[in-house]
Design a protein around this ligand. Structure first.
Ligand SMILES: *[C@@H]1O[C@H](CO)[C@@H](O)[C@H](O)[C@H]1NC(C)=O
Ligand SMILES: *[C@@H]1O[C@H](CO)[C@@H](O)[C@H](O)[C@H]1NC(C)=O
Ligand SMILES: *[C@@H]1O[C@H](CO)[C@@H](O)[C@H](O)[C@H]1NC(C)=O
Ligand SMILES: *[C@@H]1O[C@H](CO)[C@@H](O)[C@H](O)[C@H]1NC(C)=O
Ligand SMILES: *[C@@H]1O[C@H](CO)[C@@H](O)[C@H](O)[C@H]1NC(C)=O
Length: 470
């Protein structure tokens, strides 16, 4: 027995060394032949040849089974399964309406001069300072755009069209927003966007509210939104989202969205036909899986956070938190970190998603060609009222009266306010090089995963050895 284990361990060590050298070799080759950013590693596609891909996936499966077995043995929960149910219990019955979200977003018809996409100057304060990742094996996300403080407004335009979601919302222009205190920086220089909570309306009148969209467009990136508060209240429907000019062909990603007194963020993707949410690989609860806007009354494919502090009043009570959306060849993932658990690498402006565990929501490229379905997105913040989702679900929301009556009384909207610390957008060498290709849908493990897998394998091997001997 002892002899067998010894051979086993030796074989492992040899395999690890071999893989390591293949990996290093491939990286060097890539650095020579392609224009990599000096501080980054090759793209997230399989950096190895097809032969090593097979070895890698076999080893990966083996490591996985060892890992699961040893965790099971110790009665531990796999940390990659995420934080588990929220503090209030994950399955508390909510007798909320289940009517379908139907955002039907359309973009403002921008005066599409060249200014629309070129006016935004990328601010990259000390971007190079964050370029040297502590983990040289994982892709480096480089800070590219900072939207915060008093300059925040320079990079957004105010949408003034009719509410595309058919609610009694009057989207105001910049002069009204700034003039009437619906958009401003507070003493702490935080970005405030709120709705009119001073005007009493007649039945049928619309309430004033801001909706802004970035001049700059993105195809891919790491979007990090740090908020202190998100809007909530009966009849209120806020969202932080990205959307392409040609909706739905260029897709829509709702990173943050909720209605009424919701305390659980909902992430939703809306696309043309052929994009489906693949279950697994994330811990949020699935609402729906077909992202096609033409089915289920445009419910999209949606995932609801299990964290009861990911939205609204509970979010406010914990001092807010950070939402992250990662959009690249690996698909589109969303994490939410309540204030007390924001990772240091996020705070230090050196984010490394590979260290965060599985995301709350993930749109896998396996069942949705992310490259084809999501392109050239602007960033949008808005606060809508009633309409397709908040209106349709009002009567079953536990809120008083009707949505149309609720909208009249300004005191109902005191909590309808965004308090934003910052929105930072990071990019990496592949995205900068326009290499979001989506080509390798059956990819092998990227280098960082490979490395952690090897480490896992080593640890698992030790566990096996010790469980045999001890
Ligand atoms: C999604 O599911 C959650 C419960 O998991 C529910 O509260 C929410 O209303 C659902 N969203 C829609 C649009 O039906
Ligand atoms: C950039 O670095 C300089 C020098 O270290 C520092 O004074 C400045 O505040 C930094 N700027 C930002 C936006 O972090
Ligand atoms: C990043 O790495 C390069 C090359 O190793 C080094 O010259 C540079 O000083 C590093 N920058 C920081 C901010 O650590
Ligand atoms: C902004 O909207 C108000 C109210 O509709 C209108 O009176 C004003 O002329 C607009 N300002 C600009 C600059 O468009
Ligand atoms: C309107 O809402 C803001 C933000 O919540 C609040 O500070 C303010 O007191 C409210 N105004 C009135 C008149 O209640």
């Amino acid at each position: 027995m002892r002899h067998a284990t010894c051979i086993f361990t030796t074989t492992l060590v040899v395999l690890l060394a071999a893989l390591h050298s293949i990996e290093a070799h491939t990286q060097n080759g890539n650095v020579a032949s392609r224009k990599w950013h000096p501080n980054t590693i090759p793209r997230r596609g399989n950096p190895l040849g097809s032969q090593s891909r097979t070895i890698t996936s076999r080893l990966s499966r083996f490591a996985e089974s060892l890992r699961t077995r040893s965790l099971k043995k110790e009665g531990r929960r796999d940390p990659r399964l995420g934080p588990g149910p929220g503090p209030d219990g994950a399955v508390a019955a909510q007798n909320r309406a289940r009517a379908l979200a139907s955002k039907g977003h359309v973009l403002e018809k921008r005066q599409q001069s060249s200014s629309a996409t070129s006016t935004a100057t990328s601010s990259a304060p000390n971007a190079t300072a964050s370029a040297n990742s502590t983990n040289s094996m994982s892709p480096t996300w480089i800070l590219n755009d900072v939207y915060a403080g008093t300059t925040f407004w320079n990079y957004f335009s105010f949408f003034t069209g009719a509410d595309p979601t058919n609610g009694p919302t009057e989207y105001v222009n910049a002069s009204v927003a700034f003039g009437e205190g619906l958009a401003y920086n507070n003493a702490k220089k935080q970005v405030i966007m709120k709705v009119d909570n001073t005007t009493t309306l007649q039945l049928g009148q619309y309430r004033k509210s801001p909706r802004i969209q970035s001049y700059k467009t993105y195809t891919g990136g790491l979007f990090v939104l740090d908020v202190e508060r998100t809007p909530y209240g009966c009849g209120v429907w806020p969202a932080f989202w990205t959307v392409g000019g040609n909706w739905p062909s260029n897709g829509e990603i709702d990173v943050y969205e909720g209605v009424h007194l919701s305390t659980n963020n909902q992430v939703t993707w809306h696309t043309t036909p052929g994009c489906t949410l693949k279950p697994g690989g994330f811990f949020g609860r699935i609402n729906s899986t077909d992202c096609d806007t033409a089915v289920n009354a445009n419910a999209g494919c949606a995932v609801t956070d299990q964290s009861y502090s990911s939205s609204g009043q509970t979010l406010k009570e914990i001092g807010g938190g950070v939402y992250v959306m990662q959009w690249d060849d690996s698909g589109i993932s969303v994490w939410f970190f309540p204030r007390p658990t924001v990772p240091n690498d996020v705070t230090n402006l050196n984010p490394d998603p590979t260290t965060w565990g599985i995301p709350m929501a993930h749109l896998s490229p396996e069942d949705c060609n992310v490259v084809q379905h999501f392109q050239d997105h602007v960033i949008v913040f808005n606060i809508a009222f009633c309409g397709d989702w908040a209106g349709a679900t009002y009567l079953t929301s536990g809120c008083p009266g009707s949505c149309n009556n609720q909208i009249m009384d300004p005191s109902n909207f005191d909590e309808s306010i965004w308090i934003i610390n910052s929105l930072r957008v990071y990019t990496n060498a592949y995205l900068q090089a326009g290499e979001l290709s989506g080509a390798p849908l059956t990819r092998g493990a990227p280098p960082s995963v490979l490395r952690s897998m090897l480490m896992g394998l080593g640890i698992s091997a030790l566990a096996v050895v010790s469980s045999v001997w001890l």
